[in-house]
Design a protein around this ligand. Structure first.
Ligand SMILES: Cc1ncc(COP(=O)(O)O)c(C=O)c1O
Ligand SMILES: N[C@@H](CCCC[NH3+])C(=O)O
Length: 415
């Protein structure tokens, strides 16, 4: 469920007509719903009841400061993958003690900054990162809290580009290798065992792969307990899918209930790193039809948003619903490829969509709140769109549209 619905024949974002937002801020534009973001975050949080837990929102899904700030105000933790994301969280008022740092390729400056601000945990998935972290922690006179991200070798049953929990993926450490590495951490005076981490992929629509991964994690956690290695938490990553079309992923409450059931009363604190399930259906991309073009093969609706604004269709052949902001009856219904102005055949937002369109109409691409703006670029020297956060009947410009000058900021021609 989201707060983008039709009223009196036009699409609203919470209590504001989307057409009014487009009139005030232009197109293309990302529009987010505060109520949806909050509801999704709370759904995860509440599902745990009094079981110790921390929801660490995956910043990569949508890193707008206004979004991070409102989640920080709810008490959210954050899953980051770069120092850039860390600085965003801090700027947005996030608590560094609730930050977990994921990623296969953390640089020294990134580790140092994270040690300096005192994050909750480093999710380590390359053995050499332990050496790097230990040396830096020693230099700085601190201890680095560590979880090993294990690769549970389970099939997430999702798009191959976003499956991360199989042996052949670059992610995680073999479960078989983990025990020795935990001994190494426990023996170090500058590293500290914090927990175990895993993340098996994104847009998962079934609960079983998560439970298989949890089984592997529990097996390891119990093995460690026998060795006298105590863990503070189990981090099960993110990855819960959303409905883009006809998928039926479990609701956050069902997913968490299944995890707690499998945990069977074992008291470890559970960390989750959901991104898409919180932000995905909390946003739309609003775009305007520039031209309707007929070729000998088909009809194209050429819109003012493109693959640089929303990459998912081009990159994963992802399907996202495209709806008219003000449905009209007078235009003929045709099958359109909805394409942008970028010079790539892969520049489409949707293909073969049956719509009644006229030039100048507004369209909304749904489920664009996660991996939309954060994956956007300036390809074809296109300024990136604004991000607008709607809160009831209030419209907050959370990021202004880039200007043409923004496109060459920091560039210099030869003297
Ligand atoms: C380590 C890690 N945590 C969390 C996430 C968030 O995933 P999702 O947006 O699918 O919940 C990702 C991305 O897949 C990730 O790589
Ligand atoms: N960017 C991807 C998900 C990748 C998740 C990152 N770990 C998407 O849009 O579906």
């Amino acid at each position: 469920m989201d707060f983008f619905d039709y009223r009196d024949g036009e699409l609203y974002a919470e209590d504001v007509p989307v057409a009014a937002i487009a009139a005030a801020h232009g197109t293309p534009a990302y529009v987010y719903s505060r109520a949806t973001l909050e509801r999704h975050w709370r759904a995860f949080d509440a599902a745990f009841g009094d079981h110790p837990h921390l929801i660490c929102y995956a910043v990569k899904a949508n890193s707008n400061l206004a979004v991070l700030n409102l989640l920080a105000r709810l008490g959210s933790g954050f899953d980051i993958v770069s120092v850039g994301e860390l600085e965003r969280v801090l700027r947005a008022g996030g608590d560094p003690a609730k930050v977990v740092f994921s990623g296969v390729g953390k640089r020294e400056d990134e580790l140092r900054r994270a040690l300096e601000v005192g994050i909750r945990c480093f999710n380590v998935e390359v053995p050499q990162e332990l050496d790097r972290l230990e040396r830096l922690a020693k230099e700085m006179g601190v201890r680095a809290p560590v979880s090993l991200r294990v690769n549970p070798d389970v099939d997430a049953r999702t798009h191959p580009y976003i499956a991360t929990g199989l042996k052949e993926n670059k992610f995680g450490i073999d479960v078989a290798e983990a025990l020795d590495l935990y001994r190494r951490i426990a023996d170090s005076s500058h590293l500290e065992v914090e927990g175990i981490d895993c993340h098996i992929g994104s847009q998962l629509t079934q609960v079983e792969p998560f439970l298989d991964a949890l089984d592997r994690v529990l097996e390891l956690a119990e093995g460690l307990a026998v060795e006298g290695v105590t863990l503070r938490h189990l981090d099960l990553g993110g990855g819960l899918g959303i409905r883009y079309r006809d998928e039926n992923p479990p609701l956050p409450a069902e997913y968490v209930a299944a995890l707690l059931d499998r945990l069977g009363g074992r008291g470890w604190e559970i960390l989750l790193e959901p991104g898409r399930a919180i932000a995905g259906n909390a946003g739309i991309l609003v775009t305007r039809v520039e031209y309707l073009k007929r070729t000998s093969a088909k009809w194209f609706a050429i819109v003012d948003a493109a693959m640089n604004d929303l990459l998912r269709p081009a990159l994963y052949d992802a399907w996202q619903e495209i709806v008219p902001v003000r449905p009209r009856r007078e235009a003929p219904v045709r099958e359109y490829d909805i394409v942008g102005p970028v010079c790539e055949t892969g520049d489409f937002l949707g293909r073969g969509r049956r719509l009644a369109l006229s030039e100048g109409d507004l369209l909304a691409v749904r489920s664009a709140g996660a991996y939309g703006f954060t994956m956007s670029s300036n390809y074809n020297s296109r300024p990136r769109p604004p991000e607008i956060l709607v809160d009831g009947d209030r419209v907050h410009l959370a990021r202004r549209r880039e200007t043409l000058e923004d496109l060459w900021r920091g560039e210099q021609v030869l003297p």
